[in-house]
Design a protein around this ligand. Structure first.
Ligand code: NAI
Ligand code: MG
Length: 393
C-alpha cells in the first residue's frame, strides 16, 4: 500500500532541501504520495496563522510529516509584516513548530549525532604524544519535546493570583518588592507521565540498538523538583533494563565532557531545554547543522525535520549551496519509524560513501563562508550532493 506523507517545506532553504530528500526517497524505491502542507512565515503574513488548520487536518489524517524549516521573527517584527487587513484582529505570532509539537503531543524528540568517517568537520583532539585523535561519536539524544521551559507558561508582570501563589514559596521573598513590570517569570513544568515516557523511549532505543548506557542529563542538585522528577523516573525505569547502565550528569558538566570524551556517551535523555542544548553540542562534533537530523514522535503523529532553520540568506541563491544531508537523514528517520529500516540503512550507507569519498562536498564541509562564490571555489551544489547520494544507491 502506498503511503501518504505530508510534505511541509516551510520557508527559505526548507523549500530547497525537502524536495531533495524526496528525490532520494524515490531513488531508493520508496513509493509514497506527498501532499503539500502549508506552514511558515508566508501564512502568518497572509492569514495570521503560520500553521493553518488545513495543515493540522492533513497531519491528523496521514500521521506522518516531513518538514523543512521555518522562519520566525520577534513579536513586533511579526506584527509589522502581518497583512494590513488583518491587523488589530488580535493575531499574535507563535512558532508553528512549537504549536505543532504541542497540538499533536509530539513529546519524544530523537536527535542522533554520529560521526561519518572522513568528514572534514569531525571533532578531533590532541593526544598526549602530540598527535591527534578523532573519537567516533555515536550519541542519540532523547529530548522531552513539549514541557519544561518551552511550554510557554510565562509572564512579564504576572497577574495578581500568580504573584500571590508565588508568594506562598519562602524563596519568593527575595522578589516580593520587585514591581510587576520589572518581573519576568518563565515556568519549568514537568509531569511524571511525560518524564517516564521520554526515559522509557530512551531505554527501549538503547536496548534495541545495543547501547550500553543511558545518561540522564539534568541538574537535580539545583533544580530539585523538575530535574529531580526526571532523575527519579529514570531510576525507576532503569530497573526494567538491568543490561543497560544508568548514568547521570549535570547539563553544565556534560557540555564540558562532551568535548573531552564524547565517545563515552550512548543514549542521553533530558528535558526540553537541556535536550535542545546538549543535542546541539553533540551535533557540533559531527558536522553541525548540515548533518543534524531529528524526529518528533507522538502517540499518533510523527514529524521528521533537520534541526537547522531556514537560513534566509541562502534562500534565493541559484544554484543552491546548502547541505541537504540533514534533511535526507531526517527522511531516513521517517523510514525507520514506519518499518522501512533497511531502506533507511541503504540511504545512510550511500551518504556515508559520498562523505568518505570526498569528491562532492558542500561549502560547509570544505569550510568556506557561504555565498555565491563557493561553487567556483570547489563546493558542490545542493543538487550535486543529492545526485551523488543517488548514484551510490
Ligand atoms: P539557521 O539554522 O537557519 O542558519 C544558521 C547558519 O547555519 C546559516 O547561516 C548557515 O550558514 C548554516 N546552515 C544552516 N543550515 C544549513 C545547511 N543545510 N547547509 C549548510 N549550512 C547550513 O539559523 P538562523 O540563521 O539562526 O535562523 C534563520 C531563521 O530560521 C530564523 O528565522 C529562525 O527563527 C529560523 N529557525 C528555524 C528553525 C526550524 O525551522 N526548526 C530552527 C532554527 C532557526
Ligand atoms: Mg536548537
Amino acid at each position: 500500500m502506498k503511503r501518504t506523507i505530508v510534505a511541509m517545506p516551510g520557508d527559505g532553504i526548507g523549500k530547497v532541501v525537502l524536495p531533495e530528500a524526496i528525490r532520494v526517497l524515490s531513488a531508493a524505491g520508496f513509493e509514497a504520495e506527498y501532499v503539500n502542507g502549508d506552514i511558515g512565515w508566508e501564512f502568518w503574513c497572509s492569514e495570521g496563522n503560520p500553521l493553518p488548520q488545513r495543515t493540522i487536518d492533513l497531519l491528523a489524517e496521514h500521521r506522518i510529516g516531513l518538514f523543512g524549516a521555518i522562519t520566525s521573527k520577534p513579536k513586533n517584527k511579526a506584527a509589522e509584516e502581518l497583512d494590513p487587513s488583518l491587523r488589530e484582529n488580535g493575531y499574535v505570532y507563535y512558532s508553528p513548530i512549537v504549536s505543532m509539537r504541542q497540538h499533536f503531543d509530539l513529546d519524544i524528540c530523537i536527535r542522533p549525532c554520529r560521526t561519518f568517517p572522513n568528514n572534514p568537520l569531525n571533532f578531533i583532539r590532541k593526544s598526549a604524544d602530540g598527535g591527534f585523535e578523532e573519537p567516533v561519536v555515536d550519541t542519540v539524544v532523547f529530548r522531552q519535546n513539549t514541557q519544561g521551559l518551552y511550554a510557554g507558561v510565562e509572564w512579564t508582570n504576572p497577574p495578581r493570583q500568580v504573584r500571590e501563589a508565588l508568594d506562598t514559596h519562602p524563596r519568593f521573598a527575595a522578589f516580593r518588592d520587585v514591581p510587576g513590570e520589572d518581573l519576568a517569570v518563565s515556568t519549568r513544568i514537568f509531569t511524571r507521565e511525560y518524564c517516564r515516557r521520554i526515559v522509557t523511549a530512551a531505554f527501549e532505543y538503547a536496548r534495541q540498538f545495543g547501547y550500553r548506557s543511558v545518561t540522564v542529563c539534568e541538574k537535580p542538585n539545583v533544580i530539585r523538583e523538575t530535574s529531580g522528577m526526571m532523575e527519579a523516573e529514570a531510576a525507576a525505569v532503569a530497573r526494567d533494563f538491568p543490561d543497560i547502565q544508568l548514568w547521570s550528569t549535570n547539563i553544565d558538566a556534560q557540555m564540558m565532557w562532551l568535548t573531552k570524551n564524547p565517545e563515552d556517551y550512548g543514549v542521553i535523555v533530558a528535558g526540553n531545554m537541556f535536550g535542545d542544548i546538549v543535542s546541539d553540542g553533540f551535533a557540533g562534533l559531527v558536522g553541525g547543522l548540515g548533518f543534524a537530523c531529528s524526529a518528533n514522535i507522538g502517540r499518533d503523529v510523527a514529524v521528521f525535520e533537520p534541526t537547522h532553520g531556514s537560513a534566509p540568506k541562502y534562500e534565493t541563491l541559484a544554484p543552491s549551496i546548502v547541505n541537504p544531508i540533514a534533511m535526507v537523514l531526517s527522511a531516513c528517520m521517517m523510514l525507520d519509524h514506519i518499518g522501512e529500516k533497511e531502506r533507511a540503512d541503504r540511504i545512510r550507507s550511500a551518504i556515508t560513501a559520498v562523505i568518505d569519498e570526498g569528491a562532492v562536498r558542500s561549502y560547509d564541509m570544505i569550510k568556506l563562508a557561504g555565498g555565491p562564490d563557493v561553487i567556483a571555489r570547489g563546493a558542490a551544489t545542493t543538487q550535486q550532493i543529492t545526485d551523488a547520494i543517488i548514484a551510490k544507491l
